[in-house]
Write a protein that binds this ligand. Structure first.
Ligand code: SF4
Length: 451
């Protein structure tokens, strides 16, 4: 039986019920959290910034890697000890038995995308209070990102079968949102002051494949629900548009001219994960035979300003010294602008966990260090070439020391910053023209043009 507060007792206290929210994991999980919070706010709930002030705490978990699962279990434990009334949701929610064996006192466990189920559980634990004033909410919903940028989720799930990944078994196959639906959300965000849209999904370039590119109405016209049409439509909104999780399928070539024309940011986040064909094959990566180094060279001819970000896994089972050398050489040829690196971890339920030739931890660590050193050198040179250039930056934060901004080549949270020391009269979301004065291997420093 749940320990509930009755609607009547809350009515008597004339208080809105308060929900604490802990959001872990990737930007896709963040979007799920935003949806749950938007729904709860629309029903009159308030979001509590502290455990003590909350009537119940929702923990949105991540279940991608074992280390992320551990972090999620710790977060559940912390919420239980600080508050005691905890509802679990998100990717780790598919492992309800494991959660309950460690934390038997959680009130409910729901899985990823189960917005209705989470909200129902919140209703059971802390019933909503009807108050027309509390029901008011901003038209664009509630976002956990700063006001000037927002994640735009264009699809759920994934129809690929990468051997190290359990996302398809947790989140299901690709389900795309019709183009008109995505564009109306994008328009609402822009009308609410968003200046940068970050397009996310598990496989952005596969957008619409599941719908067979079916036509969808936007601004009185029928448009195909397809990657290129979506990027063209987003590019017409007049805000920064950044593309994440794109795989290098041939049709991706068609959006590079839009980047060269300045319609969307010259930025592509492509999780290559490796460069050696044998490892890519064992990883079962999509579009792994697309001669990527050549493609990148062609893209840069069309759009010299293009910034490429990627992630790599070192120490995948069976990765030989030769495979790893091939990856390092490829990185030096491809000259990617931003690189993240992970040491391979076995994940329960992933096909790669069963592979022979698991790589010892110390070898993974050594390869990780080598890869990062190679990439730091590439990045230091590329950023050094930017010194003296005039560029636009978007301001993220301002404090007494100055402003922290980002260039078109930097996504929030994962890439570098542009520091504007001493510029305290700016506001988050300002887009200013600056001249780059200094660079290191990660960040840039700049001065506004007018000073
Ligand atoms: S593309 Fe591969 S790694 Fe990404 S979600 Fe799909 S199966 Fe997982």
């Amino acid at each position: 039986m749940y320990d509930t507060l009755t609607a009547e007792s809350r009515q008597r206290r004339l208080e809105a019920p308060r929900v604490g929210f802990v959001s872990l994991g990737c930007p896709k999980a963040l979007v799920d959290s935003e949806r749950i919070i938007t729904r709860l706010r629309s029903e009159g709930y308030e979001i509590s910034p502290t455990y003590e002030g909350a009537d119940v705490v929702v923990v949105n978990t991540c279940g991608f890697l074992d280390s992320a699962k551990e972090e999620s279990l710790e977060a559940i434990g912390e919420a239980l000890s600080e508050n005691g009334r905890v509802i679990v949701t998100g990717c780790l929610g598919v492992e309800e038995a494991r959660i309950r064996s460690i934390h038997p006192d959680v009130l409910a466990v729901t899985g990823p995308h189960q917005y209705e189920a989470v909200v129902n559980e919140v209703h059971r634990v802390v019933p909503p209070v009807h108050d027309p004033f509390l029901d008011l909410m901003p038209e664009q919903g509630i976002r956990l990102t700063p006001r000037h940028y927002a994640y735009l989720k264009i699809s759920e799930g994934c129809s690929n079968a990468c051997s190290f990944c359990i996302i398809p078994s947790i989140r299901g196959r690709l389900v795309s949102r019709p183009l008109g639906n995505v564009m109306r959300e994008a328009e609402r965000l822009v009308a609410a002051g968003v200046k940068e849209l970050l397009v996310i999904s598990q496989d952005t370039s596969a957008y619409g494949v599941d719908l067979k590119y079916q036509a969808s109405e936007w601004r009185g016209e029928e448009r195909a629900t397809r990657f290129q049409e979506l990027v063209e439509a987003l590019g017409s909104l007049g805000v920064w548009v950044r593309l994440h999780y794109v795989y290098p399928y041939p049709h991706v070539d068609r959006v590079i001219p839009l980047m060269a024309e300045g319609k969307v940011l010259p930025y592509l986040d492509i999780p290559f994960q490796h460069a050696a064909p044998t490892v890519l094959k064992a990883m079962r990566r999509p579009a792994h035979q697309e001669r990527t180094a050549e493609r990148i060279a062609n893209w840069r001819e069309i759009c010299p300003d293009l910034c490429l970000r990627s992630t790599f896994i070192v120490g995948f089972p069976g990765e030989t010294d030769k495979d790893f050398e091939q990856l390092l050489e490829w990185l030096q040829v491809a000259r990617l602008n931003r690189v993240g690196c992970f040491k391979y971890e076995n994940v329960a339920g992933a096909a790669s966990s069963e592979l022979a030739d698991q790589i010892p931890e110390e070898v993974k660590q050594e390869r990780f260090g080598q890869l990062m050193a190679v990439q730091q050198e590439v990045s230091r040179k590329l950023l050094g070439e930017r010194v003296g250039q005039q560029i636009d930056v978007i301001v993220d934060e301002v404090d007494h020391e100055g402003a922290v901004a980002r260039s078109k080549w930097d996504a929030p949270e994962i890439d570098g910053c542009v520091f504007l020391n001493g510029e305290t009269n700016m506001s988050g979301g300002d887009i200013v023209r600056v001249r780059i004065t200094h660079a290191d291997e990660y960040d840039l420093w700049a001065q506004p043009m007018e000073s």
